[in-house]
Design a binder for this molecule. Structure first.
Ligand code: AMP
Length: 567
């Protein structure tokens, strides 16, 4: 751990990116596979790779108690040191100077401690942390705390870690990025690159592949134009949770959108996969589904996040997997095959309940797409996926081969940055959430609104506990929280506003749902807010007027199909 800390300190000690890369590359090159995997993950400020549930559930107060106890310093002293650094790791490093045992602790031991913290509950999380920090050299403790608090603050972006891996093993950085796109795991990427496994169309079963994503479009015409194909395929946009299913030789694993293993959440899918008779990797959406009907997302939510799925719950909310892609079949990776071929092979498998295939249609004109869109809305789906049948599967990319056509007034995915105590009925719970989108120009989060409706009392109670544990600044009536809770919000309109740093405010925002499946990196951007503003709420422009006047175009209004059926 001390070598890791020294490398980290050297990276933080220079502002020249080439030097940062060189230092980190030299360190990574010196490591055995397992340590390489750990170090690459830790350097990006994460305690775990993506396949583990990554929250340690250790708040600032537990951490400060432990550091206080080991250092023997009083609160004033600890606060003085904190004010000097305003950084948890640097604070812990200085507070612990001369107060620990300076033992040589391996990265494996640090990882085991992180795992022990993750799996212990409540107050017992402190014990493994204290044991570790007592043993570490203060410099190593400084970096252990940086990893634990997920804030390295040494000027090292994920891109620089990729560059260092490239330099360490003499591979072009573009190839490292491509491997990383597939694995979604910087540690696994480092090990693959080290061994020259950079063939990016390779799929290894039970190693999750990053999901292919879709770009949003507002109208059928735009969808057609952006795809630039004569024929496009459409599938319903199912409102469930994304899922990857891997099966071979009696072993099944399921992964969620953020590449965490979720096999135990869906025992009926895992159980039935054992009867598939082929080695497969499916990409699809899990839906709550009973008597041939899709249930509302709300019902599926009852099953999500449960550690144990009882048979009552399975009966109450049965699930199916609607498969829309096949990435591997009997020893053959299919990423580079066109969608047309992947679908043909998928249909050839003849899968049965609880596996269904996505409903597929073909459109040859925007009018066709409009009609299918209206039909899909009639069937109760939130929108349509438009796919290029000739496209390969590109993991992790939000390209133009997959488009999503949603209702005209799209919802936004945002992250909560601050919360406030509620009033009246909501007294004693944190119920008012200020949320932000990402400003890609600066990389910062900028607030765009505040929501207090949409969640049930039970959800609010649960969120209160969560927000208390991720508070970074307690201001009495309000708390600044770590930006990690992603919400989908609906709203009536967008206004220019001086109140928020974004320059915009969403009017009447309401929470549609908590998006625990969506990583913060994928929330909506300020550009998207600006784009929606221009399109729907800015001053009317000639283009906008003609769009409304000449069909096809989006109609507003809830409860009716947004597109007229034209045949
Ligand atoms: P969004 O979450 O709004 O970015 O939309 C993309 C998500 O739609 C994907 O991650 C899937 O979970 C979901 N989805 C639903 N139906 C499909 C489909 N037929 N093809 C691909 N993705 C789908």
């Amino acid at each position: 751990m001390l070598d890791f800390a020294r490398a980290g300190a050297a990276v933080g000690g220079t502002s020249a990116t080439l030097e940062k890369t060189r230092v980190l590359a030299a360190y990574l090159r010196s490591l055995e596979d397992d340590d390489l995997r750990r170090a690459a993950i830790f350097m990006t400020g994460r305690p775990f790779g993506p396949s583990k549930r990554s929250t340690l559930g250790l708040g600032w107060s537990a951490l400060s108690k432990v550091v206080g106890a080991i250092s023997g310093r009083d609160d004033d002293d600890l606060q003085r040191i904190f004010r000097k650094h305003s950084d948890l790791g640097d604070w812990a490093g200085e507070a612990l100077e001369g107060r620990t045992q300076n033992e040589d602790v391996s990265l494996a031991e640090v990882e085991a401690t992180l795992e022990a913290i993750r799996t212990s509950r409540g107050a017992s999380k402190a014990a493994p942390l204290e044991k570790l920090l007592r043993r570490l050299h203060p410099e190593a403790a400084r970096f252990a705390v940086k990893v634990i608090s997920s804030e390295m603050r040494i000027g090292l972006s994920e891109g620089l870690v990729e560059a260092a891996i490239a330099e360490a093993f003499g591979v072009p950085v573009t190839q490292v990025k491509r491997v990383h796109l597939i694995t979604g795991d910087i540690g696994e990427t480092a090990v693959r690159v080290k061994h020259g496994h950079i063939e990016t169309s390779t799929v290894t079963l039970f190693q999750p592949v990053r999901f292919m994503l879709a770009s949003p479009v507002e109208t059928a015409a735009e969808g057609f134009a952006r795809m630039g194909a004569e024929k496009v395929w459409t599938e319903e946009k199912y409102d469930g949770v994304r899922c990857q299913l891997h099966y071979a030789d009696g072993r099944v694993e399921l992964f969620s959108r953020d590449l965490k293993e979720t096999t135990s959440a869906f025992p009926e899918l895992a159980g039935n996969a054992l009867k598939l008779g082929h080695e497969v990797l499916f990409d699809g959406e899990v839906l709550a589904h009973r008597d041939g009907r899709v249930l509302r997302f709300f019902e599926l939510q009852h099953r999500l996040g449960r550690k144990k799925v009882t048979s009552e719950l399975r009966n109450e909310v049965p699930v199916v997997l609607v498969i829309f892609d096949l990435l591997y079949l009997d020893g053959r990776p299919l990423l580079d095959e066109p969608l047309r071929e992947r679908r043909r092979l998928l249909e050839g498998l003849g899968v049965g309940h609880p596996f269904l295939l996505a409903r597929l249609e073909e459109a040859t004109s925007p009018a066709d797409l409009d009609r299918i869109f209206a039909d899909t809305r009639e069937r109760g789906h939130e929108g349509l996926m438009v796919k290029d049948p000739e496209s390969p599967y590109t993991p992790g990319r939000r390209g133009l081969a997959w488009l999503k056509l949603k209702r005209p007034l799209a919802t936004l995915d945002v992250v909560v940055t601050a919360v406030e105590w509620g009033h009246g009925k909501r007294k004693g719970v944190l119920s008012d959430y200020t949320f932000a989108v990402k400003d890609t120009a600066t990389g910062r989060l900028v607030n765009v609104g505040k929501a207090y409706t949409g969640l049930t009392d039970a959800e609010i109670a649960e969120m209160t506990t969560r927000f208390l544990s991720i508070t970074v600044d307690d201001r009495g009536w309000a708390r600044v929280v770590k930006p990690e809770v992603v919400l989908e919000v609906a709203f009536d309109s967008i206004q220019h506003s001086g109140r928020h740093a974004s320059g915009y405010a969403l009017r009447f925002p309401r929470i549609v749902r908590i998006r625990d499946d969506k990583p913060v990196e994928e929330i909506d951007t300020l550009e998207r807010v600006a784009e929606l503003y221009e399109r729907y709420f800015g001053a009317p422009t000639a283009e906008k007027l003609s769009e409304v006047a000449s069909p096809p175009g989006p109609a507003s209004g809830r409860g009716r199909p947004p597109h007229k059926v034209r045949r």
